[in-house]
Design a protein around this ligand. Structure first.
Ligand SMILES: Cc1cc2nc3c(=O)[nH]c(=O)nc-3n(C[C@H](O)[C@H](O)[C@H](O)COP(=O)(O)OP(=O)(O)OC[C@H]3O[C@@H](n4cnc5c(N)ncnc54)[C@H](O)[C@@H]3O)c2cc1C
Length: 382
């Protein structure tokens, strides 16, 4: 029998690649393997679920059986790949070996965890997939007060969403502003002020050092001596692309699994896509890049080698109390920022030495300018 095309991961990268591939090739055997339950869902919806009062089941779009049928594929769920043997074109699931024609790593990124002292570390919840979300929702039922670790994009989105869902929210992070790696300070102030006006309390500077149970919930001890009372903690301190199995198999890794513009790793017949992939030096943990990658890689797998191209990829942040769109300055480009507007409505633009727009952050009513500005942005991968 022909060895199948094997995709590891059934997140947006894995399932979208399978869909794109099936548009071009209805015959080649296709196997998807996932460590989770294999339900199809849109991960960005995880940080809008409380505001919309959606259980995990309500965010699920299709069961793995339906996906298998739709994709004319086998979908193996709750199955963790434990090793790759590129020399023999096979992978390992424990003792079992599975041979592939082509292998696609779409195994995503994992949440960064930091050690915290105390007897309540089981009350710290990362939310990076549907099962995490289900666990957190079950734990949050009947509770009031959530402490969020991290004030990046995801931390701010969860703050907005949890307040919409009726929770009190504190945020703690060892930095001076929200989204420090993404946002101009003027835009960051606008977002923070919007969330504060909505009820969020920020503790910028310290870290959580100890989490202990108390008579009425949890006590979160911060490194500056402050103690925050809460019922649950959400960890949103960052994601790290999964690279360990790839590195152990001898594939080149950097921040992610290193791939070229054809999404090919350093080994023939092995590709990477989505949060785990570092494409031509770019590891972008967003949906638009993986959709472009899925279309290009499907062509390659179907016999037409196709390089991926990225246009400008602005990100709309789901903080409706302070609308925010960001187009981060691409790696390798530099520029000078200028800021217009005030209060909630900030237009921060970054131009290079020739006067070309290379990035922006828009808040409040300034987001209305995004379509016009997008036309002036450079492509991320031409
Ligand atoms: C809360 C939240 C909100 C977001 N909002 C936005 C947004 O608004 N806009 C945007 O562009 N992006 C957003 N993102 C980012 C975006 O959702 C991700 O970039 C994208 O979903 C990543 O998809 P993926 O398929 O690469 O990874 P994942 O969805 O993480 O899928 C990884 C898959 O690999 C499987 N896997 C891992 N290891 C193994 C193994 N060893 N064996 C077998 N299977 C394995 C997992 O079970 C899973 O099926 C958000 C992310 C989060 C967490």
């Amino acid at each position: 029998m022909n060895a199948p095309v094997v995709i590891i991961g059934t997140g947006l990268a894995g399932y979208n690649l399978a869909r794109e591939f099936r548009k071009l090739d209805g015959e080649t055997p296709l196997l998807l393997i996932t460590a989770d339950d294999g339900r199809s869902y849109s991960k960005p919806m995880l940080s809008t679920g409380f505001g919309k009062n959606k259980e995990a089941d309500g965010l699920s779009m299709a069961e793995p059986g339906a996906m298998a049928e739709q994709l004319k594929a086998e979908v193996r769920t709750h199955t963790r790949v434990s090793g790759i043997d590129p020399g023999h074109k096979r992978l390992w699931i424990g003792e079992e070996s599975v041979y592939y024609r082509d292998l696609i790593l779409a195994w995503g990124a994992e949440t960064v965890r930091v050690p915290v002292e105390g007897d309540a570390s089981d009350s710290i919840f990362p939310i990076n997939d549907l099962e995490d979300y289900a666990r957190f929702r079950a734990a949050a039922a009947g509770k009031r007060h959530v402490l969020i670790l991290g004030v990046g994009l995801i931390g701010c989105e969860f703050a907005n969403d949890l307040i919409l869902g009726g929770y009190d929210v504190d945020l703690v992070a060892p930095c001076e502003q929200v989204m420090p790696t993404l946002l101009h300070p003027a835009a960051a102030s606008a977002v923070q002020a919007g969330l504060e006006a909505f009820g969020a309390r920020f503790h910028l500077g310290p870290v959580l050092t100890r989490l202990v149970r108390s008579d009425n919930g949890l006590q979160a001890h911060l490194s500056d001596g402050e103690v925050v009372q809460c019922d649950l903690v959400v960890s949103a301190i960052g994601l790290r692309p999964r690279v360990d199995l790839a590195a152990a198999a001898g594939l080149e890794t950097g921040r992610g699994v290193v791939v070229d513009r054809h999404l090919k790793t350093s080994h023939a017949n092995i590709y990477a896509l989505g949060d785990c992939a570092e494409v031509d030096g770019l590891n972008l943990l967003y949906v638009m890049p993986l959709m472009s990658g899925a279309r290009a890689l499907a062509q390659t797998l179907a016999g037409t080698p196709t390089a991926v191209k990225y246009g400008p990829m602005p990100v709309t942040v789901k903080t409706p109390v302070c609308p925010l769109v960001i187009s981060p300055v691409p790696k390798g480009l530099e520029g000078v920022w200028s800021v217009e507007g005030q209060g909630a409505d900030i237009k921060a633009l970054c131009h290079d030495a020739r006067g070309n727009l290379v990035g922006y952050a828009l808040t409040g009513t300034a987001v209305l300018d995004k379509l016009a500005l997008n036309k002036a942005l450079p492509p991320l991968l031409a």
